[in-house]
Design a protein around this ligand. Structure first.
Ligand code: NAP
Length: 482
C-alpha cells in the first residue's frame, strides 16, 4: 500500500473505527510531506476502549498461560510476516534508516515471542509455615486493565515492550502511541488482529494526550499505567496516578555517559561510540550524550571519532545507504543547535558538523549534521540536558574515580557505557555507575530477555526479562488453616 494513502483508525473491541474528533495529519520528517492521517480520539473514545478492555479481562486473565503463549507467538509471526510494510511505515513517519526500522520490527516480534514463553512460567510460592496447621501460598495475578503510553522514537518496539508482557501476565491493554508516529502502531495492531487476539484484549487509541490519557487517569478501572517518554510527563503521570494509587512503570529520559579508558580497544570504542550516539540520529533514550576519555588518548580518539562521523551518510531513511536520518521536527533541530551554540560560546571546539542541513535534498526536512564538540566546560548545556539529536560533547579525565564522578553527576540514570580491557576496572566502574544499564564494551545493550530501565529521574520499574512480566502482576498471599 502506498504510504501517502494510509489512514490510521482506532481499534476498539476488535473493531476499526474513526475518531470522534476527526483525524490529524502525519508528516514525513525527511520531506515535510503529509503521508497519511490518523484518527483523533476524544475522551469518550478513550473510555470506550477501557469498557472493551475491562469486558475482555475476565476471560483473558483466566485463559491458561500456554494458550496465551500460543497467541503471542502468532503475533510475533504476523509481525515478521508484515515486517517490510511495518518498517517502511516507520521510516516514513519517524525518519530512521530503513535498516534500523527493520531491526526494530525484529525486536518487536522478539518481545512477543519471548514474553509469550514467559506466560507459561508465572509461578506462585509455597512458603514454609510456622505451624503444621497452616499452609502459606503466594499467588501472582494480573494487575488488570493497563494503559500503555509510548513515544515516537521507537514507535513499534516501545509498544511491543509493554503490550507483550502485559498480555503474557493476563492483563488487557489500552494503548496511546505518540501523535508523531501513530501509523506504525496501526500496522502493529493489524498484525495482532491477524494473530487472532480476542476482541477487547488490546485496544488502540490515537489522538491528543490530554483527552485520551486524561480519561484513563481518571478511570478507576485502569489499574496500571506503563509510560515511556520524557521525565517531565513521567512525573506528571506519577502525581496523577497517586490519586487512585494506580501502579506505574516509567521509562523516562536518559543522559548516557560513555567512558573510554586508555587501556580500551580504541577501534572498538570509537566504532561503539558512533553507533551508540548516531543510531536513530541520536534520538534514543540510551544513546551516548557525554563522552569522557582518559586524557592520554583523548586527542587521538577525538580524531578517530571525527574521521568516522564525517563519513556518516545523512539523508532520508528510505534512501539506500543512509545511516543518519532526519530529526523528528523543527524544534528538535533547534534544540540541538542551541546546545552547539552554547558550547561554542563557552569556548567549545567543533570537531565536525555544528550546523543544520538545509540545502538541496535537505531543504524540506529536519536534518542536522552529526556533530562532535570538545574543549567545553562541564556545565555546558550538552552536559546537562538530554540532547536527543546527533551531537556529542567530549571531555578528558585523569583517574577512574574522576570518570565515575563525572558520569554520575546528573539527575538521570538510564544507560551508561564503559570501554576498558582491564577486568578489575570493568567491575569497579560498572558497580560504581548509578545507572540501570551498563554497556561494557557494548554499545547496544537492549534485548528482550534482560531488564531495561533507569534509576534516579530516569524512571521506575523494569521492562524486559522476567521482571518485565512481574511488573504486570500483583502478589496475593493466601494463609490457610487446614
Ligand atoms: P513525551 O513528550 O513525554 O511523549 C510521550 C508520550 O506521552 C506520547 O504518547 C505523548 O502523546 C504522551 N504525552 C505527552 N504529554 C502528555 C501528558 N501531559 N500526559 C500524558 N501523556 C502525555 O516524550 P517524547 O517526546 O514522545 O519522547 C522522547 C522522550 O522519551 C525522551 O525523553 C526519551 O529519553 C524518552 N524515552 C525513554 C525511553 C526509555 O525506555 N527510558 C525510551 C524511549 C524514549 P503526544 O505525542 O500525543 O503528545
Amino acid at each position: 500500500m502506498a504510504s501517502d494513502t494510509r489512514e490510521g483508525l482506532l481499534y476498539i473491541d476488535g473493531e476499526r473505527c474513526k475518531g470522534s474528533a476527526g483525524s490529524f495529519p502525519v508528516e514525513d520528517p525527511a520531506t515535510g510531506t503529509v503521508i497519511g492521517r490518523a484518527a483523533k480520539a476524544t475522551a469518550e473514545d478513550a473510555r470506550r476502549a477501557v469498557d472493551a478492555a475491562a469486558a475482555a479481562f475476565p476471560a483473558w486473565s483466566k485463559m491458561p498461560g500456554p494458550e496465551r503463549a500460543a497467541i503471542l507467538r502468532r503475533v510475533a509471526d504476523r509481525i515478521m510476516a508484515r515486517s517490510e510494510e511495518i518498517a517502511r511505515v516507520m521510516t516514513a513517519e519517524q525518519g530512521k534508516p530503513l535498516a534500523e526500522a527493520r531491526g526494530e520490527v525484529r525486536i518487536s516480534a522478539d518481545y512477543f515471542s519471548w514474553n509469550g514463553e514467559e506466560a507459561r512460567r508465572i509461578y506462585g510460592d509455597l512458603i514454609p509455615a510456622s505451624t503444621n496447621q497452616k499452609r502459606l501460598l503466594v499467588l501472582r495475578q494480573p494487575v488488570g486493565v493497563t494503559a500503555a503510553i509510548t513515544p515516537w522514537n521507537f514507535p513499534a518496539s516501545m509498544l511491543a515492550r509493554k503490550i507483550a508482557p502485559a498480555l503474557a501476565a493476563g492483563c488487557t491493554v489500552v494503548c496511546k502511541p505518540a501523535s508523531a508516529t501513530p501509523l506504525t502502531a496501526c500496522a502493529l495492531f493489524d498484525a495482532m488482529e491477524e494473530a487472532g487476539l480476542p476482541k477487547g484484549v488490546a485496544n488502540l487509541v490515537t489522538g491528543p494526550a490530554g483527552a485520551v490519557v486524561g480519561a484513563w487517569m481518571d478511570d478507576g478501572r485502569v489499574r496500571k499505567v506503563s509510560f515511556t517518554g520524557s521525565t517531565e510527563v513521567g512525573k506528571e503521570l506519577m502525581r496523577g496516578a497517586a490519586a487512585q494509587m494506580k501502579r506505574v512503570s516509567l521509562e523516562l529520559g536518559g543522559h548516557a555517559p560513555f567512558l573510554i579508558f586508555a587501556d580500551a580497544d580504541l577501534d572498538a570504542a570509537a566504532a561503539g561510540l558512533v553507533m551508540s550516539k548516531f543510531r536513530n540520529a541520536g534520538q534514543t533514550c540510551i544513546c551516548a550524550n557525554r563522552l569522557y576519555v582518559e586524557r592520554t588518548v583523548a586527542e587521538e580518539l577525538a580524531q578517530r571519532i571525527r574521521h568516522q562521523v564525517e563519513k556518516l551518510k545523512v539523508g532520508p531513511g528510505a534512501q539506500e545507504g543512509v545511516e543518519v536520518g532526519p530529526l523528528i521536527d523543527h524544534e528538535a533541530v533547534q534544540k540541538v543547535h542551541a546546545q552547539v551554540q552554547d558550547a561554542v560560546s563557552r569556548g567549545g571546539r567543533v570537531l565536525c558538523g555544528g550546523h543544520a542541513l538545509r540545502e538541496g535534498a535537505f531543504a524540506q526536512g529536519h536534518f542536522y549534521a552529526p556533530t562532535v564538540v570538545t574543549d567545553l566546560p562541564y556545565d555546558a548545556l550538552v552536559a546537562r540536558e538530554e540532547t536527543f539529536g546527533p551531537l556529542i560533547g567530549l571531555w578528558p579525565f585523569d583517574t577512574e574515580e574522576e570518570a565515575i564522578a563525572l558520569a554520575n553527576d546528573t539527575p538521570y540514570g538510564l544507560a551508561s557505557y564503559v570501554y576498558t580491557q582491564n577486568l578489575g576496572r570493568a567491575f569497579r566502574v560498572a558497580e560504581g555507575l548509578e545507572y540501570g544499564i551498563v554497556g561494557l564494551n557494548d554499545p547496544v545493550p537492549t534485548v528482550a530477555q534482560a531488564p531495561f530501565g533507569g534509576v534516579k529521574e530516569s524512571g521506575v520499574g523494569r521492562e524486559g526479562g522476567y521482571e518485565g512480566v512481574l511488573a504486570y502482576l500483583e502478589t496475593k498471599f493466601v494463609s490457610m488453616v487446614l
